[in-house]
Design a protein around this ligand. Sequence first.
Ligand code: ADP
Ligand code: MG
Length: 258
Amino acid sequence: MTKENANELANHLKELHLSTVRECYEEVAEEARKESMTFEQYLKELIGRECDVRRENRIVRFLRESKLPMEKTLETFDRSRLTEKVNAHVSMLLEGSFVDRTENVLAFGNPGSGKTHLLCAIGQELIQQGRRVLFSPCALLVQLLLIAKRDLQLPYMLKRMGRYDVIIIDDIGYVQHSREEMEVLFTLLAERYERGSVMITSNLPFSKWEKIFKDPMTTAAVIDRLVHHSIILELNIGSYRLEQSKKRKEGEKVRSAV
Ligand code: ADP
Ligand code: MG
């Protein structure tokens, strides 16, 4: 190819934002000649590389914007602590189609039972599948919603949150909120109903949710919407950290006895 043609091609590719094609078309052409590829095979190989790089970049971007704690992965989560039933649910959730059905996930259990870690690990896997996830502690989310409301930006914020396939709200009911704070949370949940998945962790069973949402009507409305299409994970297990420190202490005892 003449230098002039190469320049022109580079400009076209720049205009179309095909940076990977620009970087590797010569190298792939070399391969194509060696392996006697057809024009069609060459094109497929080249465009395939552009797609691969874009997918990888997208995942990095989604992970960053998700605000998920990166260390809470599936690899570092010990699934043998879960009951068979919860484990079966987790396998189903990891497959990801619940998001397409806009189903919700509710994880209940004692502090330290692994609710946050488990939902975050699932969140990371969903991102690997190309889905958009947002993680937020409930208390922080409520504050951000309130600020948006004060600045008359609530509809805008809700719209922006609508871009996410999944919103993970961590520790609902952990901090007692005022009525106004709960109202914005209710607005968010109502807005997402049947439009996008919500994943929630809570130490409080539904029977105590009136403490969160203050009045019985609102509480019933929230539970009704959340439960309508939902998977409930009951992590009725002890604290992971407590168990680990007990194990460590037992190890020390054994060592000192030897
Ligand atoms: P919860 O949200 O239920 O209070 P967390 O998910 O915050 O509990 O777990 C408490 C700590 O124990 C975290 O550091 C978490 O990484 C760890 N942990 C909990 N369950 C497991 C598990 N099954 N495997 C590995 N680490 C776990
Ligand atoms: Mg937690």
